[in-house]
Design a protein around this ligand. Structure first.
Ligand SMILES: N[C@@H](CCC(=O)N[C@@H](CS)C(=O)NCC(=O)O)C(=O)O
Length: 209
């Protein structure tokens, strides 16, 4: 039995889309971050770090998008959600690690500057730098997509589920994402996938507005 803990519009959308792409049966447990539900005693028993996503696999908990996406892809090999060639697979994991360790935190500096400096006077600078850095990362994703339909090249993979999250965050940050021709074409390609559309409708995604 699979149960996904997620928050609409958060980075957990990557895992939500990927689990839908597997075609597996799963239960959905929304954890609304704006309501602080990630800090309840009940949820902290699932993920003591108070973050989404978390995937419950027969009572065992997996956290971190990179791990969940890799797990889903390797557990449902018939769906071809990651290359099987060891080097290519590692290259996909490398891109997801970059998303998790570098791209996501840049956006967090923009969204939650108070987490990086207790000094209110310093926070606008943290926010601005986060936004600029995040934009540079979106530009890099656009470059990586040049000449490719998908992040890994010609085949769709779980890396694409993760890459879509940051396009949506770019829209939310009012960054000129439409100027990123490759990334925008990728986003449109993603929206045509039934599993992606289903999840984005359910999450009331900014990408559908
Ligand atoms: N590297 C983690 C990041 C998880 C994360 O920071 N999730 C955010 C949502 S995008 C969260 O749950 N934040 C709640 C909080 O920090 O209180 C992953 O990719 O799973």
């Amino acid at each position: 039995m699979l149960t996904l803990y997620f928050c609409p519009g958060a980075c957990s959308t990557a895992s939500h889309i990927a689990i839908e792409e597997t075609g597996a049966q799963y239960a959905e447990k929304p954890i609304f971050l704006p309501k602080g539900e990630q800090k309840t005693a009940e949820y902290l028993k699932i993920n003591p770090r108070g973050k989404v996503p978390a995937l419950d696999v027969d009572g065992k908990i997996l956290t971190e998008n990179t791990a969940i996406l890799t797990y889903l892809a390797t557990t449902f090999p018939a769906k071809n959600l990651l290359p099987t060639d060891p080097f290519e697979q590692a290259r996909g994991i490398s891109t997801m690690a970059w998303f998790s360790n570098i791209v996501h935190p840049a956006y967090t500096h923009y969204m939650r500057p108070e987490r990086f400096s207790p000094d209110a006077a310093a926070q606008p600078g943290v926010k601005e730098t986060g936004k600029k850095t995040f934009w540079a990362h979106l530009q890099e994703i656009d470059t990586l997509l040049a000449g490719n339909d998908w992040m890994m090249g010609k085949d769709f993979s779980v890396v694409d589920c993760y890459a879509l999250v940051f396009y949506g965050w770019g829209v939310r940050a009012e960054l000129p994402v439409k100027e990123l021709a490759n990334y925008t074409a990728f986003k449109d390609r993603m929206l045509k996938r039934p599993a992606v559309n289903k999840v984005l409708v359910a999450e009331e995604s900014v990408l559908l507005k």
